[in-house]
Structures are given as C-alpha cells and as structure tokens.
Design a protein around this ligand. Sequence first.
Ligand SMILES: [Zn+2]
Length: 402
Amino acid sequence: MSSPAADRPGAGGGACAATTAGRSPLVLNTVIVGRSAPLSALARRVIRHEGRLEKYRLQAAARRILPKERIRVCHRIAAPLAAPHLKYSPARKAAHLAGLMACGSPWVCAVCASRISERRRSEVSTAIAWAKGAGLQVVLVTFTLSHGATDSLKASLAALHGGYRRMQQRRDYKALRASAGLTHTIKVTEAPWSPANGWHPHLHVLYFLEPDCDVAALSAALTGAWLPSLKAAGFSASARRGVDVKATWDAVSQYVTKLGRTWGAADELTKANTKRGRKDSFSPWDLLRSAADTDNQLHAKLFAEFALTMKGTHQLQWSRRFKGIVGVEDRTDDDLAAHWLDDDQAAYWFAGFNPTDWAAIRFCGAAAKADLEAAGDGLDRKRVDALVAEYRARYFAEGWGL
Ligand SMILES: [Zn+2]
C-alpha cells in the first residue's frame, strides 16, 4: 500500500506530469505511419512507449473526471496480498506493472479496455473462423435511430436496446430467423457523439446465417421489423438508413479489426489520425482525450455521462450458448483485466517496489509507469533502479518540499 501522501493535492500528476506534457509523440507517430516499410525495432519501441503513455494518461484523466468510480484505484493501489512490481513476459518480449488493483471497465479505463478488447476481438475472430469452417455466412447489420442534439444518451440507448428486444419478439422477425437460418448473433453497442447531432448510439450485430442469403431481402425484412419496434420504444429511424447490411467477408473482417481500435483507446497506429484536425464525430475516447489535452469541460461532462450510462453493461453480447458452440471460454471483464495474459504468454516477477517507491511512482504519474515498463522490456534492472531513484527524489522535493 502506498503512502497516504500520494493522495495529497497535486499528487499523481502534478509537476511530473507537466514534464511529460511537453513531449510530442505525434510527430514520431505521423512519420512512422507514413512509412510502408516494416518498422524498425527502435520505431516499435517508440510506438509501444507512446501507447503505454497514452493509456496511463487517459486513465488518469478519466480518474479525475470520475473520482468516485472504481477507476480511482485502478493501477494505483496494490491488489490484496500483493505488492506492486514489474513482470516480464518472454513470449511478448514486454514488461507490465502488476500486483495492482484493476477496475475492469472496458468503457472508461484505457488500461483495462486495451486488455479486455484484445481478448474480445480474438473471441469474435474465433467465431468468424468457426462460421467459415461450418460453411455459414456472416453479415454485419447496423441498427440506428434518429436522434436530436439534446437527447440524453440514457434515453436513446434505452430505446435502442428496447427496440431491439421488441424486434426479436415480433412474429415477422421470428419468421425471418427461420427462413434465413439465423442461428447466432454477436451484438456490439457503440455511442459516438457529435456537436451537431449529440449522441449517436447504434448496434452492430453479426448475424450467422445459412450461406447464400439474399442480402436485399434480408435488409428489407429487417427494416420492416426494426422501424415499428423502435417506434414502440418511443423513437424512430430513417427507412433508408435505419438498418444497414454488409454481407462480404471483407466488410466483416474489416469490422472485427476495427473493434480493437474502437475499444482500445490508444491504438498507436491510428492515434495520429484521431488527433488531427477538427472532428465531426467523437468516440468516447476522443472526448476523454480532448478533456485531457485541452481541459474541455463539455467533453469531460459528456465522457462522464457516457461512463455512468454504460456502467455495468456488456460491451458485446453473444446469443445464448454460442460461446460454448464456438469453444470460447466465458470470462468476465474483471477477470480479463486482472488475468489478461494467456498461459503461453506467462510472465515472471522482474522488479518489486516498496510502498515509498510506489508512492513516488504514483506521484510522477503516467510517464513514470510507461518509462518503468519500457525499462522492463529490456530487462534493464539498472535503468529501473535509476528511474525509481529519480521518482523518489522528485516525490520528496516536489511532493513534500524536502
Ligand atoms: Zn482499469
């Protein structure tokens, strides 16, 4: 457990965080993304470091916005019967901080989200591969609703999910399921926000169907079931755009690839693009990033609205028994956030931190955690010790004024 002093005003970011704000990883990223040649080892290290820094930075920003939520302890407090330390995974050739509490939120915590989403994307890929092997067709169906800039996320999301439930109970939908051989689904909820139109919650549903399904007929039938279901839930949708069906393997695999990026918050290779220019549409991570970078109070408020609305909900839902059929183990977000490495990526203890060390690391914020993990990647114990000594010096000088 760290010293209570780490919770003093200004701790966990303060002066040390200010030193990292001056860094400009974007320039490096932009250069790297522009290359078509394979990345050098140095470039990979830089990208990995930026990704870590971004995750810890966003995590700290979310903690400031949501001081009463579970994220407040994530990667700050030692887990029960554990002490903070660095672990090294030979399989991943990477180190990570361990022995810490994890909040397990895929919606608000960039660190937990990246761990959870990595596994979730792999699970969906397994289902797609299973469908291919079984000779099934997979189509991506997007359900949207019409909304206004002043609609709360809670209201429009309730209508979206309520409409979907009602649709599933309709006789015409059940008939459609039977005729299309619809056996399984995986449903994903997303909710970007735009200044012009407010929250835009929508569902992406992967439909696992008999092969050679008539896409035009499926689209028309789904639209016919979706519009009245949504109306019964108090909202409406465009007859032309309320339901979108994409039926090629390319479209499906592109979507699955995108899943990790959408969820992962700190996708290193797209970060430069997401940060550049004026945005018409903001993912919740964009809102958080904006709040962190520019202290945009509206974006911070919107991110808090998103976090509190999505709290306790699943990022994606598989139809009943589907995971068992595909052979995917049913694991919770909490479990994945705490035990995210596969057995073949097993890691071992590399360096431990006593309570004062950890208080100093916490005081020095996101950059300290990212730098320690980078030193751990190279199993560089001397560098780890030097960094900890530096953090302790800063902690006592800036935190305690000694
Ligand atoms: Zn977390």
